[in-house]
Write a protein that binds this ligand. Structure first.
Ligand code: SAH
Ligand code: SF4
Length: 338
């Protein structure tokens, strides 16, 4: 199921249940029923970019901007460690150079204090900045290409280009990061061909991690009236991502829950092997509205209580939480790349 026409046929004609079962079977061969957990800290909602789909775009004056202090980030990471979380993702909008340098110091401090992996998700930086953060101890970087359609990319991400984004992905690989990327499923202006090309691009990039999620309209953005894709096509897409990329780490992201009450559970039944737990303090998290409809699981105040909910959710999907650093299988065994 690898050629363009086979992928098209699968997206249109394959029964969803069958494709989900195949993806689960593929996942089980590599990961068993173990689901990795990563904690995500949305440490700042400042952003210099204006992506049309995103709620924290620079032009949105309704956002109360924040930046977590070094001690606050450190405290949250410490709590995550106490809960046995072994990977922390630090995410923000696109920040000024001064803030990047400051973040490097925080990364250094965290790596010097705890045994965990750090993933960064800070958007497009210069090669020097990526290099600096790597040297500070960052292990992984998530940079989604969002859409494989160049024209749509330029329309939705003003003053940026897909070529530049892809170049950054290869720069990150060259610098020794484990790299994640992926798309937004069903962006307004995309169609079936876009989805097929997105799948092919994901495969071509040979990623350590693959983050895909449905478009969710945000009320303060130019795309506020855009429609989300339906859950079936979203799950089919995720299943195909797994079938095309057997050994990559693939999360069932919170955006699945925004689409369907059991979205993440269904994601875990469609080949995903990772869950993300939002560990941002609620007083900040409520202002990180990339999209609306964050479900209440992200709002449990107490992290231990939230972990219990995550455990329940994962068990409901027929899997078990696995507290491991969850390094890239490609990095561990390059022979596994196929
Ligand atoms: N600023 C960084 C990281 C933060 S945004 C960057 O842009 O790379 C993290 C992700 O949120 C983006 O990669 C995008 O895929 C997703 N996102 C933003 N707005 C969205 C929306 N309305 N619906 C679904 N996903 C969205
Ligand atoms: Fe900024 Fe990232 Fe949102 Fe674009 S998607 S506006 S870069 S936070």
């Amino acid at each position: 199921m690898f050629s363009k026409s086979e992928i098209r046929d699968a997206l249109i004609n394959y029964p969803l249940k069958e494709i989900m079962e195949k993806a689960t079977c593929e996942k089980r061969k590599i990961f068993g029923n173990r689901i990795l957990i990563r904690g995500i800290v949305e440490f700042s909602n400042h952003c210099s970019k204006n992506c049309l789909y995103c709620g924290i775009r620079a032009a949105n004056i309704n956002v109360k901007r924040y930046e977590m202090k070094e001690e606050e980030i450190f405290e949250v990471v410490k709590k995550a460690c106490e809960l046995k979380i072994k990977t922390v993702v630090l995410q923000s909008g696109e920040l000024k150079r001064k803030k990047i340098l400051k973040l490097g110091k925080i990364v250094e401090k965290i790596k010097g204090s705890f045994s965990l992996a750090i993933t960064l998700s800070l958007g497009d930086l210069t090669k020097d900045e990526y290099k600096y953060l790597k040297e500070c101890g960052a292990d992984r970087y998530l940079l989604k290409f969002e859409t494989s359609d160049e024209k749509l990319f330029e329309k939705l991400r003003p003053n940026t280009s897909l070529k530049e984004r892809i170049k950054n992905i290869y720069t990150l690989k060259d610098l020794g990061y484990e790299v994640g990327s992926g798309n937004i499923i069903g962006l307004p202006g995309s169609n079936l061909d876009t989805l097929i090309n997105d799948l092919l691009l994901i495969k071509e990039l040979e990623l350590d991690m693959i983050g895909v999620g449905p478009f969710i309209p945000q009320r303060d953005t130019p795309l506020k009236d855009g429609k989300s894709p339906n859950i079936d096509i979203t799950l089919k897409f995720l299943s195909l991502v797994r079938l095309l990329n057997p050994i990559s780490h693939i999360p069932a992201t919170t955006s699945f829950d925004a689409l369907h009450p059991e979205g993440r559970i269904l994601g875990l039944k469609s080949g995903a092997n990772v869950v993300m737990m939002d560990i941002t303090p609620p007083k900040y998290s409520k202002n990180y509205k990339i999209y609306n409809k964050k479900t209440e699981i992200s709002y449990y105040k107490d992290l231990a209580e939230k972990m219990r909910k995550m455990t329940e959710m994962v068990e409901k999907s027929g899997n078990k939480l696995f507290f491991d650093i969850g390094a890239s299988l490609k990095a561990q065994n390059p022979r596994l790349i196929f």
